[in-house]
Design a protein. Structure first.
Length: 298
C-alpha cells in the first residue's frame, strides 16, 4: 500500500526581536543565502524583507522586520515600527528572537506586541556565546512564565544543524495549503532593492561607529545588458561631515565600499556588475515623510 503524499504546507513567518539579536543573520541562514544585510551597528534592517525557503512539501515565507524602535524620535523610526506591526498582523507564526540567557526591557516591549492568536516560537539565539549552560534551564523556565510559547528553540543561527532543526519544528505550525512562490524562489524583493541593501551594508561595515545611523542609499540607475548590470547609486547623508567620513582620505573609503559591494553583487546576481557611487548631503531626510517615501520606506 502506498503511503499518502505529505500535504503541502505554506505560511508567513515573522522574525521579530529588539535590534541586534541576530534576526537578519537568522533570516539568511533559514533561506540558505544572504538576502538581508547584517552589521554590528543596530537598526540596519529598515524594511520588511521577505525570504523564501522550500523544504520537502513545506514552503516557509519569512518576514524579517526592523528591530522595534523604542525611541520614536524620527519619522524613520515611526515608519519602521508601523512595518513591524503590519508584519505581525498577517502572519501564520512568529519567531521571537532573543539572545540566549538574556531578557531586558527592550525584549519585553517587543514581546508585548506578539498577537495572542498566533503560535510564537522562542528562538534563543547566540547559544554558542553562553558560557554557563547550566544557567539556561532556569532562564527557559522564566521565559515560560512570560508568554505561552508554542516551542522553545535554543540555537545558533551560524550552525546549519540548528537551522535545520528550527525549520523542522516550525513546519508543524504552518497551515496546509498551496505554495505562494516557485520552489526555487529566495525572495520577493527586486535585484534593485537588494543592490541598495548591500551597498548600505558595506557602508555601515566600513565606517564602523563613526557614521551616524541617518544615511541611506538610493538607486539612480539599474540597467540589464545580458550578463552585465549597470548600477548607479547615491549614498544620502545628513551632514557635510558625514560625507567626509564616507568618502575617506583621497576617496579611498568610498572606493572600498564600491569594490566590496560590487563583488558581493556579482556573486548574488551571478552577473558582471559595473557600479558607480556618489555621496550627497540632504539634511533632515530621516525626519521627512516625503523623503522617506521617495527612498522606498513604506
Amino acid at each position: 500500500m502506498n503511503e499518502a503524499a505529505e500535504p503541502t504546507r505554506c505560511g508567513l513567518v515573522a522574525i521579530v526581536g529588539r535590534p541586534n539579536v541576530g534576526k537578519s543573520t537568522l533570516l539568511n541562514a533559514l533561506v540558505g543565502q544572504k538576502i538581508s544585510i547584517t552589521s554590528r551597528k543596530a537598526q540596519t534592517t529598515r524594511h520588511r524583507i521577505t525570504g523564501i525557503r522550500t523544504v520537502g512539501a513545506t514552503q516557509f515565507v519569512f518576514v524579517d522586520t526592523p528591530g522595534f524602535q523604542m525611541k520614536h524620535g524620527t519619522a524613520l523610526h515611526r515608519t519602521m515600527n508601523r512595518t513591524v506591526l503590519a508584519s505581525l498582523a498577517d502572519v501564520d507564526a512568529v519567531l521571537f528572537v532573543v539572545e540566549a540567557g538574556r531578557f531586558g526591557l527592550d525584549d519585553a516591549k517587543v514581546l508585548a506586541l506578539l498577537p495572542p492568536d498566533k503560535p510564537a516560537l522562542l528562538v534563543a539565539n547566540k547559544l554558542d556565546e553562553v558560557k554557563r549552560r547550566n544557567e539556561m534551564l532556569p532562564w527557559l523556565k522564566s521565559m515560560q512564565e512570560r508568554h505561552a510559547f508554542a516551542e522553545y528553540v535554543p540555537m545558533s543561527a551560524r550552525k546549519e544543524a540548528d537551522v535545520q532543526r528550527l525549520l523542522q519544528i516550525l513546519a508543524a505550525h504552518l497551515p496546509e495549503g498551496p505554495w505562494l512562490h516557485e520552489e526555487d524562489a529566495l525572495t520577493d524583493r527586486s535585484e534593485r532593492f537588494l543592490a541598495s541593501e548591500l551597498i548600505r551594508e558595506k557602508l555601515f561595515r566600513l565606517t564602523g561607529d563613526e557614521l551616524p545611523y541617518s544615511c541611506t542609499v538610493q538607486i539612480d540607475k539599474f540597467e540589464e545588458e545580458g550578463q552585465l548590470r549597470r548600477i548607479a547609486a547615491t549614498i544620502i547623508v545628513d551632514r557635510d561631515a558625514h560625507k567626509g567620513m564616507v568618502v575617506g582620505a583621497g576617496g579611498e573609503r568610498l572606493k572600498r565600499i564600491g569594490s566590496e559591494a560590487r563583488q558581493e553583487l556579482e556573486r548574488l546576481l551571478e552577473a558582471k556588475v559595473f557600479l558607480e557611487l556618489w555621496v550627497k548631503v540632504r539634511s533632515g531626510w530621516a525626519d521627512d515623510e516625503a523623503h522617506l517615501r521617495s527612498f522606498g520606506y513604506e
